[in-house]
Write a protein that binds this ligand. Structure first.
Ligand code: TNX
Length: 493
C-alpha cells in the first residue's frame, strides 16, 4: 500500500525486506502505555495478515520482531530544532531490515504512526504473507492539530458510525475529532444536570428524520475509543445561536417562557439565547460544567457562529460568559471565527471557516494571543458536493473536488496571521443532507485523505500527481473495511 500522508523522508536501503508471518512478534518493553499501543499495533497487523500476532515484553534476538521503542532523545528522530512538543510526540523513525523492524518515538502516538506507516509499506504476497521492503523512514507532522469536525446534530450518527470515522481518521494520522453536538434541529449529548435537553430535543432531526443522542456512557465510549487511537475528542455546544433545540427543551430560555417549536429545516442564524433572562446564565453554567467534566481532552468548543439576530454587545457578553465557564472548568476555549472580535483569554483557539469575511479580525485576534485552526470552506468543507451530480451535499462554498481539497497552502489562507499562531487544519462535515453512513463516507473519502496530507506533510514533500497515484492505493482498504468512497474522475482508481 502506498503512503498517505507522505512522510518526510523515506530511504530504501539495501538487502531483503521484512516478512510478516505467523512468527512475527511485537516487542513492547514494560511501559504500560506502550503495551497498549503494542496490543493495538499487533491487532492491526493481525487483521491485515489474517493471523494472530503476539505481544511480548523482551526482544529475544530472534528474527521476526517488530520493536516499539520509546526514547527521550528526539535528536534521533531528525526533528527540526524549533519543532514544538506536540510534533515531537507524533514523530517516529521506522527502520525495516530483513530480521526486524524498529520503531522509535518520543511518544506512543509516534509509535502508532510508525506502525501505520509500516502497514502502508507492506506488500501482500500469497497465504496472507506481507513483505515490507528494507527502508528507513523519518517522519513528523507539519501541524499538531489535524482534525475533522462532524455534525451529528442536523442528522444523528450513532456510536458505531463514529467509530468507523475514527478508524479512517486514525489510518490517515488525524488526531482531533470535533463533534458538533447541538444545533437548531437536535441535542445529541446527555447532560446530567439538564435531562430535558435530550429527553425533548434528542429525537428530532432535519426533515423529521429520526434523531438520537449519546448517553454519558456512550460519549465516554467514543472518547475512549478515539483516545486509544491518539485522537482527542472536542465537544461543541454551539451558543449563543444555533440553539433552538435548547429553546425547545426549556421554555425558561425564551422571552415568552414558552418552549420554542421544534425545528427541522436547514436555515441558519435565527435562534438565540437571551442575556436578560436569568435562566440563560444558569443554563450555560450547568451545560458547560457537565460537558467539561465529561471531557478528558484540553478543549471545549463553544460555537459562536452565525448569530444573525443579536446586537454585538450582547453577543460578546454571552460568548464571554460561556468562555469563562469553560475556563473555570479548566478547559481551553475553541470558538468559530465570529468570536474573533470578543476579548478572550490568550491561548483561545479560533476556527476560521468563512473566507468571505473575518481575515482582519482573525489577524488582530492572533496578535492579541489567539491560536488559529484553518477550516476554509472552499477547500475542506467536505459537505460541499464534488460536482453538480453529487447526490448529497451542499454547494454554498462551491464544488470541492479532490484536487481543491488537496492543492492549497494553509499559511496562505490568512496571510496576516503569523505562522506560529496556526495550530493546524480541520476538515468539516455538516450533515443537513447526510442521512446514512454511506452518504457520510461518500463525502469524506477520498477528500479526507487529501486534507490529512495537507495537515501532515511538509510543503515541498507533497504534490498532486504523486498524491493521485498514492490515494488510489487506499481504495482497496476502504473497500475491505466496508466504507463508501467517491471515485473522483481526477484519479485513475
Ligand atoms: C456553515 S461552519 C455553518 C453550519 C452549516 C454549514 C453548511 C459554521 C460555523 N456554520 O451551520 O451547517 O455552513 O456547510
Amino acid at each position: 500500500m502506498p503512503l498517505v500522508p507522505v512522510p518526510l523522508r523515506v530511504s530504501r536501503t539495501r538487502g531483503p525486506g521484512f516478512r510478516i508471518d505467523p512468527g512475527t512478534r511485537v516487542v513492547v518493553g514494560h511501559e504500560p502505555s506502550t503495551i497498549s499501543t503494542g496490543v493495538l499495533v499487533a491487532a492491526r497487523i493481525g487483521e491485515v495478515c489474517g493471523f494472530p500476532v503476539e505481544v511480548v515484553h523482551v526482544d529475544d534476538g530472534r528474527p521476526g520482531a517488530v520493536i516499539l521503542r520509546r526514547t527521550d532523545d528526539a535528536a534521533y528522530l531528525d526533528l527540526p530544532a524549533d519543532a514544538d512538543r506536540a510534533l515531537a510526540q507524533d514523530a517516529y523513525r521506522l527502520e525495516v531490515t530483513a530480521d526486524r523492524v524498529v520503531i522509535t518515538a518520543v511518544g506512543d502516538a509516534g509509535l502508532m504512526y510508525g506502525a501505520l506507516t509500516l502497514q502502508q509499506l507492506g506488500e501482500h504476497g500469497p497465504h496472507g504473507t506481507v513483505t515490507v521492503r528494507a527502508a528507513v523512514v523519518v517522519d513528523h507532522p507539519r501541524f499538531g492539530w489535524r482534525g475533522l469536525s462532524l455534525d451529528v446534530a442536523r442528522h444523528f450518527h450513532g456510536v458505531e458510525t463514529v467509530k468507523k470515522v475514527v478508524n479512517v481518521m486514525a489510518s490517515l494520522k488525524l488526531n482531533v475529532l470535533h463533534l458538533h453536538l447541538t444545533d437548531d434541529q437536535g441535542w445529541r449529548l446527555e447532560i446530567p444536570s439538564r435531562p430535558g435537553l435530550t429527553a425533548r430535543s434528542g429525537g428530532t432531526a432535519v426533515d423529521g428524520d429520526p434523531g438520537g443522542w449519546y448517553s454519558v456512557e456512550e460519549f465516554d465510549e467514543i472518547v475512549a475509543y478515539a483516545a486509544t487511537r491518539f485522537i482527542t475528542v472536542i465537544p461543541e455546544i454551539d451558543i449563543p445561536g444555533h440553539i433552538n433545540a435548547a429553546l425547545h427543551a426549556y421554555g425558561e430560555l425564551t422571552p415568552s417562557g414558552e418552549p420554542a417549536p421544534a425545528y427541522t429545516g436547514i436555515e441558519v442564524g435565527f435562534s438565540r439565547l437571551h442575556e436578560e433572562l436569568p435562566a440563560t446564565a444558569r443554563f450555560l453554567r450547568d451545560v458547560l460544567g457537565d460537558v467539561a467534566r465529561m471531557t478528558p481532552g484540553r478543549f471545549v468548543h463553544i460555537g459562536g457562529d452565525e448569530v444573525l439576530s443579536m446586537e454585538r454587545g450582547e453577543y460578546a457578553r454571552l460568548v464571554g460568559t460561556a468562555a469563562s465557564q469553560v475556563a473555570a472548568a479548566g478547559k481551553t476555549v475553541v470558538a468559530w471565527q465570529e468570536a474573533a472580535t470578543v476579548p478572550l483569554a490568550p491561548g483561545t483557539v479560533l476556527q476560521y471557516w468563512d473566507e468571505r469575511e473575518g481575515a482582519q479580525e482573525m489577524a488582530a485576534a492572533a496578535r492579541a494571543g489567539a491560536l488559529v485552526v484553518l477550516s476554509p470552506a472552499s477547500k475542506v468543507y467536505l459537505d460541499m458536493k464534488y460536482d453538480a451530480s453529487t447526490p448529497v451535499g451542499l454547494d454554498w462554498a462551491g464544488h470541492v473536488e479532490l484536487r481543491d481539497a488537496y492543492e492549497w497552502e494553509p499559511l496562505e489562507v490568512l496571510p496576516d496571521v503569523p505562522a506560529d499562531r496556526v495550530l493546524g487544519v480541520e476538515a468539516g462535515l455538516w450533515t443537513e443532507t447526510v442521512r446514512t453512513v454511506d452518504d457520510l463516507f461518500l463525502l469524506l473519502l477520498p477528500r479526507l485523505a487529501a486534507v490529512a496530507e495537507v495537515a501532515w506533510s511538509a510543503p515541498g514533500h507533497r504534490d498532486w500527481d504523486g498524491f493521485t497515484t498514492r490515494v488510489a492505493g487506499l481504495a482497496p482498504r476502504w473497500d475491505e473495511s466496508g466504507v463508501a468512497w467517491y471515485a473522483s474522475p481526477q484519479v485513475e482508481w
